[in-house]
Design a binder for this molecule. Sequence first.
Ligand code: OSB
Ligand code: MG
Length: 369
Amino acid sequence: MRIERVELREVRLPLVHPFETSFGRETEQRVIVVKVQGAGVTGYGESAAGIGPWYSYETVETCWHVQRDFLIPRLLGREIQDPDELCELSAPVRGHNMAKTGVEEAVWDLCAKATDAPLSRLLGGTRDRIESGVSVGIQPSVGALIDRIAGFLDQGYLRIKIKIRPGWDVDVVDAVRQAFPDARLMLDANSAYSLEDAPLFKELDAYALMMIEQPLGYYDLLDHARLQAQIETPLCLDESIITPEHARAAIELRSCRIINIKPARVGGLRAAKEIHDLCRSGGLPVWCGGLLETGIGRAHNVAIASLPGFTLPGDISASARYYEEDIVDPPFSLNTDGTVSVPDGPGIGVTVNEDRLEACTVRRQVFRL
Ligand code: OSB
Ligand code: MG
């Protein structure tokens, strides 16, 4: 079908709780919602870039620039039958994976809706529910962290991820493990340590952690391999895996035993699927991470997480864990078995609430033929 119209919207949504990691504290989420239209059908995607270049070098501003000036001009007016064609059109743009993701996801949703197929099925998904975990930010005190975790376990979340940084690590993990002896726990350091901290990671082997995510540098694969060789707990990479080539290198170098796949980080659903396939043939389990996405990005994450290699609980929590009111209907909710259901309607399978979207839009631009 011919791509007749593209719309960008910068959206701001307050978070129900501030989210603090080793690289900073967020109180609201800013994203770009991308709407792509053709043949009477509308597809939606999300660029979850955030305000500053902390998690990656991208920001809402760089996404807007790359989408407006490079990605949308390549797409508008084209005949697209398959999202792979868009990936070829975007390939000359180097990097800027979050900018690419918003546009690519919208085209996937459009193509799925045009054939009346659920996106998860188009991607090769095999599950109808995703095991749900929750990522818990750094809290003002250990007591506050334990209270937050108790609340999430009560709600039924199947695993807890604790953000750590120097000064908020072993003692905190010790207290949490004592409070919850049987909980499935993991840590995420967001690159806050170096290989010199290997003794600290050896100490953490005593806490039966499912994994430790991204302890070392965001471009590093070598020191992660050296650290992995010294500890029992599996390492999981997030920031370091930006392309399928990084995944291939990490698998061969044994930099990690698990990969956190985020479509936003790797440039969209096709790259996410490629990394999934590489990990599957290399024997590494994967799970779907998140960037506090709204219901649009969340729906895409849920769709990719339905692929067979996603065998560990993801950071795919219910909408209410992030937002008072999501921009999709119905919002994502937690089932009593701790899972989130994969929508079975066409495309992303949830409806974007246009009034709500309009209410939280702070900037908008339309591109037409
Ligand atoms: O490192 O996984 C991360 C949120 C923002 C930036 C980086 C990360 C995260 C999370 C939250 O851990 C995942 C989520 O619940 O969406
Ligand atoms: Mg992470």
